[in-house]
Write a protein that binds this ligand. Structure first.
Ligand code: GLN
Length: 253
C-alpha cells in the first residue's frame, strides 16, 4: 500500500516535511515503518500544494521513485505552502505504473489520495463503475482502483455534498461493493478529510513558530509519524477524521 500525508498550518517548506524529517515521505518511500502491505513505494509519487490567492492547487507527480528524483528535491527547497498533500505509491499488482496512476488526483480545489487496493480488480469493481456515468470515468487519465474511487468521490463533491459525508460514504460503498477496505485522504486547501479502513494513519497537532514570532496552529495527518517526537496520535481503524489547522474531530465510520 502507499504512504500519504496532508499538512495545514502556517506556510511550511515541502523540503522540511518530506526530506528533512527523519521519517518523512522520502524515507517512507524506501523504508516505511508501519506499512501493512508491500515493502517499497517505488512506483511513483506526487505532491499538491496551494498558492495564496489561488483556489486551485499546483500538482507535481511522476511515475518514478521519489528517492531518486532530483528535480522535485530542488523544487521542494523553494516551495512553501499552508496546505500540502503528498503521496508515494506501491502499485497494486495488475495496475499500470504511469504518471496518471500516481496520487494526488486533482480537480477544482481538491487533492485526493488513496491507500489500499480493490481485490479482484477489475472484475470486482464492475458494480462500482456502474454507479458512474461513463464521462466520469473517461475524464480520468488512467483507470486504476484509486482513480475509480476518486471518480466516485468527485461525483459527490461536485454535486455539493459535504466533504466529510462524501468521503465516509465512498469508503463504505467501496467496501460494500468489493469487500475492499481502503484509507482515503482529501484536501481542499482549508480542510483535511481522511478515513481509516485497513491501514495505518496518525495525526499531530501543535503550534508552529511563524516568521513574525507568533505561534500558529498546524496539523499533519499521515500514514505514519515523520519522527519519534511526542505528539503523534494513532487514528483507530474505521474512523472518519476531519481537520482544519485549529480543530480535529474523529468519529466512527
Ligand atoms: N491500489 C492503488 C494503486 O495501485 C493504491 C496502492 C497502494 O495503496 N499501495 O495505485
Amino acid at each position: 500500500m502507499c504512504r500519504q500525508f496532508a499538512y495545514l498550518g502556517p506556510a511550511a517548506s515541502l523540503h522540511d516535511l518530506v526530506y528533512a524529517a527523519p521519517f518523512g515521505l522520502e524515507r517512507q518511500s524506501y523504508a516505511p515503518r508501519r506499512q501493512q502491505h508491500g515493502l517499497l513505494n517505488a512506483d511513483g509519487f506526487g505532491f499538491g500544494w496551494y498558492v495564496d490567492g489561488q483556489a486551485e492547487p499546483v500538482r507535481y507527480r511522476r511515475a518514478v521513485p521519489l528517492w531518486g528524483e532530483e528535480n522535485v528535491r530542488g523544487l521542494a527547497r523553494v516551495t512553501r505552502s499552508r496546505a500540502i498533500l503528498g503521496a508515494v505509491r506501491s502499485a497494486t499488482p495488475g495496475h499500470p505504473v504511469q504518471e496518471g496512476a500516481a496520487a494526488p488526483f486533482t480537480a477544482g480545489r481538491w487533492l485526493f489520495s488513496h491507500n489500499g487496493a480493490i481485490p479482484g480488480w477489475p472484475d470486482s469493481a464492475a458494480a462500482l463503475a456502474a454507479d458512474l456515468p461513463f464521462a466520469a470515468l473517461a475524464r480520468q487519465q488512467t483507470l486504476t482502483d484509486s482513480t475509480l474511487i476518486w471518480a466516485l468521490l468527485l461525483e459527490r463533491l461536485e454535486a455539493g455534498e459535504d466533504a466529510g459525508k462524501a468521503v465516509a460514504a465512498v469508503t463504505r460503498r467501496v467496501h460494500e461493493a468489493t469487500g475492499a477496505r481502503t484509507n482515503l485522504l482529501l484536501l481542499d486547501g482549508e480542510q483535511i478529510v481522511a478515513t481509516t479502513a485497513g491501514d495505518t494513519l496518525c495525526h499531530r497537532q501543535g503550534g508552529v513558530p511563524t516568521p513574525d514570532g507568533d505561534v500558529a496552529p498546524a496539523v499533519i495527518v499521515a500514514s505514519e509519524p515523520f519522527d519519534d517526537a511526542e505528539g503523534w496520535m494513532d487514528v483507530p481503524d474505521n474512523s472518519l477524521l476531519v481537520a482544519t489547522a485549529e480543530n480535529l474531530t474523529l468519529e466512527s465510520l
